[in-house]
Design a protein around this ligand. Structure first.
Ligand code: FE2
Length: 366
């Protein structure tokens, strides 16, 4: 792709395809200090108040810069690279390729917590790993009560839910959720009934004195790609059928209609939802439902298979950060008579992690 000039007009050429760049598009990007605030990169002018028929008065193109003078007296010096970058709406994150994994996943990087890690290259590496694998583990995170809130807010902002800013995971008498027992939890995604579904879950281990109680993770991306390859009919119905996910308690009724496997505009993997105690398929014709039930059984079988699940024990100070749109999580059973098992959890949104990654990228000039 390149930039060319002709008769006081600017053109971009891409694979033999040549088009003029609208002069107003260039005028909006005028970047002198009287036009743009240096710190925030916000405009100091309102483009909707400019003359729409702005004309280019003078142009100069060098290897790295395009210089333009406009008929309203403004002048811009634009880096060619920054113009070319705007032709793609691909986010920086999308350039990080997802690595599919299964039970054979070994030797993952762990990142040791230190006070200023949020501003260091280590955090950039950790976030890249997070986008590749869908999770990352930090070690030696202080086991003070509620430290997870501090941690989450240092990456972005905690996403509060109706369970509060954070939640305690431990077995307790008369639990209102299976999470608060010592029973095993099959792989699931959290809160599929919310709109939007919380993006990233953090789980911080404060105490773990029990045998068992291993954390489990499954890569929904790997499993759904497998389904697509081996059982295309099942994949199709799970990507096309919107199911009602529901949560009800005395204060709230939460419902979200969504596919178990949600695809993006390019028909690529976007998100999985799986929580078979909370899903209600609409009343469809019997033949279609027959396929749907077979498909749900098959994906459940894959999610629960040893082939795709990794298991590990979270130790005090470990903090697991995982993508709730991509991974399923669970735990093995334990005996609460062994001692205490206490984790604290919370959620953050995608833009928190993404914003931190881009900030660190800018800071270290990557
Ligand atoms: Fe969960």
């Amino acid at each position: 792709m390149k930039i060319e000039l002709l008769d006081n007009k600017v053109f971009f050429e891409n694979e033999g395809y040549k088009k003029e760049i609208h002069p107003f598009w260039l005028r909006e990007r005028v970047n002198g200090e009287q036009f743009v605030d240096k710190g925030t990169q916000q405009r100091l002018f309102d483009p909707t108040e400019l003359d729409r028929n702005i004309k280019i008065k003078d142009l100069n193109l060098s290897k790295e810069f395009l210089e333009i003078s406009f008929n309203d007296g403004s002048y811009a010096k634009l880096a060619i690279q920054s113009i070319l970058k705007e032709f793609s709406n691909k986010n920086d994150i999308e350039f990080i390729e997802k690595i599919k994994w299964d039970s054979r996943l070994k030797n993952l990087n762990h990142f040791n917590f230190k006070k200023n890690i949020f501003e260091e290259i280590e955090m950039h590496k950790a976030l890249i790993d997070f986008y590749k694998y869908g999770f990352v583990i930090f070690k030696e995170v202080p086991t003070e009560n509620n430290f997870i809130i501090n941690f989450a807010n240092s990456i972005g902002s905690v996403r509060r839910t109706n369970f509060g800013e954070y939640f305690d995971v431990k077995s307790k008498p008369n639990p209102n959720d299976l999470a608060y027992t010592s029973l095993p939890l099959a792989p699931h995604t959290d809160n599929p009934y919310r709109n939007p579904v919380p993006c990233i879950q953090m789980l911080h281990c404060i105490t773990n004195e029990v045998n068992g109680g291993l954390s489990t993770l499954v890569d929904g991306y790997t499993v759904t790609e497998k389904l697509k390859k081996d059982f295309p009919e099942y994949y199709e119905i799970l990507t096309k059928t919107k199911v009602r996910f529901q949560f009800i308690d005395e204060n709230v009724v939460l419902e979200n209609w969504a596919e178990m496997i949600q695809l993006d505009d390019n028909k690529k993997f976007k998100q999985v939802r799986f929580s078979p105690r909370l899903d209600f398929v609409p009343l469809m014709e019997k033949e279609k439902l027959e396929i749907y039930y077979l498909a749900r059984n098959k994906i459940s079988e894959l999610y629960n298979s040893d082939e795709y699940r990794i298991e590990f024990k979270l130790m005090p100070g470990d903090l697991l950060m995982m993508d709730n749109h991509r991974l399923l999580h669970g735990r093995t059973s334990y005996n609460s008579k062994d001692g205490e098992r206490f984790l604290q959890g919370c959620y953050i949104d995608y833009d928190s992690a993404e914003g931190r990654l881009k900030h660190l990228k800018r800071k270290f000039g990557f």
